[in-house]
Design a protein around this ligand. Structure first.
Ligand code: CAP
Ligand code: MG
Length: 482
C-alpha cells in the first residue's frame, strides 16, 4: 500500500468520478513491469486541491480529457495513468503509466508528448516539473540505447583514464570555412583531441557546409601528420528536414574521414527526438552528439514547469545518443548544480545509479548473476550483454561537459564529478587564451596532466608556460556576467 503522506489521502473524497479513475493508492506493485514510473513536482492551480490536480494531470497525460467521456471502454480504462503515491507537503506526486500506451519499438518523442505535452499548459496546475522517471526492464528492451560509445571513441583516440579534451570553434559564427579549419588545426596541434561545430553551425553562405567539411578534413590530415595522434571532429548535422540532415551525414562520410574520426552533432531539443533517433538508427557506427540548446526552458531550477536535467539525459540515453551535454554543475557559465548535473551524468554513464527519486538499472542482468553485474560495473560486459541477447543491455551515454569552462576549472569539475569519464569542450576557455588557440589547447592539456599527476596547478605552471599564462588570464577575478 503506498502511503499518501501529508494530507493527500484526505482529498480522496473530493475527487469526481473521472478523477477517481486516475488515482490508485492501492496499486499493488508499481514495479511489476507494466508501468513506467514518474515523479513530478506539482503545484495545484485554479482552486483545485493537490490530489484533484494530480488526477487531472494523470488523465490528460494518458487517456483522459476534462470530462469523463461516454466513449471510454473497460480496456481504455486499463490504459489510464495512475497516481499511486502523493506527498502534498513536498508537492510530490508519483504517477504510473502503462507503457503499452507508448508507440511500439521505442519512440521517445511519443512518451514526452504524453508526459510533458499538454499538461504543461493546463490551467489546473501552477507548476508541473517531471523530476525523475523509471523504466521497467521489458520497456527498456524496446529502446535502441547508445551504439557507438565513449569507450569506442577512447579506443579510436587511444585516450584512457582522462577526459576527452575538446573545444568548440569560436567566434560562434562568422568564420569562413578556411578560417574555421585553421582554428581546428591549431587546437589539434596544441594537443586537443576533439573539436565540435557550435550549435548554430549549418550551411551559412559565408561558410558553405561542403567547404567546411572539406577544409576540416585537410586540417585534420595535417594535424594527424604533425602530431601522430588521431583526432575527432563533431559535425552539426541539424537541418530543416531529415533529408537534408542525412545529406550532410553522407557528405561527411564521403569526404574521406576514417570511421571514428567524426561524430554527428544534433541540436536535440530544437531538431527534435525524431532527428536524434533517425541518426541513431541510420548510423550505429557513429558517435551521436546530443547538444541540448534550449533545454533551459524546461530544466532551469527557477522554472516551475518542464523537466529535470536528469530526465532529459535519461531519455537521451534511451534514444541512443552516444553523449549529451549535462552541464558543469555551476562551475562554468550556465546555471546548474551537482544535484542536477552530476546526478544526471552518473545516471547515463553507469549500469545502475540513483536519480532524484528512482534507482535505475539499465541492463537486464539476473539479480543473482553477480559476476555479470561485476563485469558491467567494469564496463567490460557491454559486448557480452549485447551479443548474448538474453541480457539486452543499455550501453553508457557519455556526459559532455561544457559552458564557460577553462583549464583552471577542469580539476574542480573532476573533483565534483568523481571520475574522468566524460568529454569536455571549452570554447572561450581555449580561444581567449592570450597566446591564441594552440596555446589554449596546450594549457588545457597541461591542466589535465597536472590533475592526473596530482600536482597543484600553480606548481605545474612553473614549468609549463601556456598554463601559467592561462592562470594569469582566466584567474583574474573578473566581474562574471550575472
Ligand atoms: C560553450 C558553448 C556550448 C555550451 C552549451 C556555447 O562555449 O559552445 O554550446 O556549453 O551549454 O555556445 O556556450 P564556451 P551546455 O565554452 O565558450 O562557453 O553544455 O550547458 O548545454
Ligand atoms: Mg555552443
Amino acid at each position: 500500500m503506498h502511503l499518501a503522506t501529508g494530507d493527500a489521502r484526505q482529498f480522496l473524497k473530493t475527487l469526481n468520478d473521472k478523477q477517481k479513475a486516475y488515482v490508485d493508492f492501492g496499486l499493488k506493485n508499481p514495479r511489476n513491469g507494466e508501468y513506467m514510473l514518474t515523479a513530478f513536482r506539482l503545484v495545484p492551480g485554479r482552486g483545485l486541491n493537490f490530489l484533484q490536480a494530480a488526477a487531472e494531470i494523470a488523465a490528460e497525460s494518458s487517456t483522459g480529457t476534462n470530462f469523463k467521456v461516454q466513449t471510454e471502454t473497460a480496456f481504455s480504462r486499463e490504459m489510464n495513468a495512475l497516481v499511486y503515491q502523493a506527498d502534498s507537503k513536498r508537492n510530490l506526486v508519483w504517477i504510473a503509466y502503462p507503457w503499452r500506451l507508448f508507440d511500439r519499438r521505442g519512440n521517445v518523442q511519443n512518451i514526452l508528448t504524453y508526459l510533458v505535452g499538454n499538461v504543461l499548459g493546463m490551467k489546473e496546475v501552477d507548476g508541473l516539473k517531471l523530476l525523475d522517471v523509471w523504466f521497467p526492464p521489458a520497456m527498456l528492451e524496446q529502446y535502441d540505447g547508445p551504439s557507438y560509445t565513449l569507450d569506442d571513441m577512447r579506443k579510436y583516440l587511444k585516450v584512457y583514464n582522462r577526459p576527452i579534451l575538446g573545444t568548440i570553434v569560436k567566434p560562434k559564427m562568422g568564420l569562413t570555412s578556411a578560417e574555421y579549419a585553421e582554428v581546428c588545426y591549431d587546437f589539434w596541434v596544441g594537443g586537443g583531441d576533439f573539436v565540435k561545430n557550435d550549435e548554430p553551425q549549418a550551411d551559412q553562405d559565408f561558410c558553405p557546409y561542403y567547404k567546411m567539411v572539406k577544409h576540416v578534413k585537410q586540417a585534420m590530415d595535417k594535424a594527424i601528420k604533425k602530431t601522430g595522434k588521431k583526432k575527432v571532429h563533431s559535425f552539426n548535422v541539424s537541418a530543416a528536414d531529415c533529408d537534408t540532415m542525412i545529406t550532410r551525414c553522407e557528405m561527411i562520410r564521403n569526404a574521406g574521414f576514417e570511421p571514428g574520426s567524426y561524430a554527428f552533432l544534433i541540436d536535440g531539443i530544437m531538431a527534435g527526438w525524431t532527428a536524434v533517433q533517425t541518426l541513431r538508427r541510420r548510423y550505429p557506427d557513429v558517435f551521436i552528439h546530443f547538444h541540448r540548446a534550449g533545454h533551459g526552458a524546461f530544466t532551469r531550477p527557477e522554472n516551475p514547469f518542464g523537466f529535470s536535467v536528469l530526465v532529459l539525459s535519461k531519455f537521451a540515453r534511451l534514444a541512443g545518443a552516444s553523449g549529451i551535454h549535462t552541464g558543469t554543475a555551476g562551475v562554468g557559465k550556465m546555471k546548474g548544480t551537482p544535484e542536477e548535473d552530476v546526478v544526471a551524468a552518473h545516471n547515463i554513464l553507469h549500469f545502475k545509479d540513483k536519480g532524484h527519486l528512482f534507482e535505475q538499472e539499465w541492463n537486464l542482468i539476473p539479480e543473482n548473476d553477480k559476476n555479470a553485474i561485476e563485469l558491467v560495473h567494469l564496463d567490460l560486459a557491454h559486448h557480452v550483454i549485447l551479443e548474448d541477447d538474453s541480457w539486452r543491455g543499455m550501453k553508457k551515454c557519455c556526459p559532455i561537459v561544457s559552458g564557460g569552462l577553462n583549464p583552471l576549472l577542469l580539476k574542480p569539475f573532476i573533483d565534483m564529478m568523481g571520475n574522468t569519464d566524460f568529454i569536455t569542450t571549452m570554447g572561450a576557455g581555449c580561444h581567449a587564451h592570450p597566446e591564441g588557440t594552440k596555446a589554449g589547447a596546450t594549457a588545457l592539456v597541461q591542466a589535465c596532466d597536472a590533475q592526473q599527476k596530482r600536482i597543484p596547478l600553480e606548481k605545474y605552471a612553473k614549468t609549463h608556460k601556456e598554463l601559467a599564462t592561462a592562470i594569469k588570464f582566466f584567474g583574474k577575478k573578473k566581474r562574471r556576467p550575472e
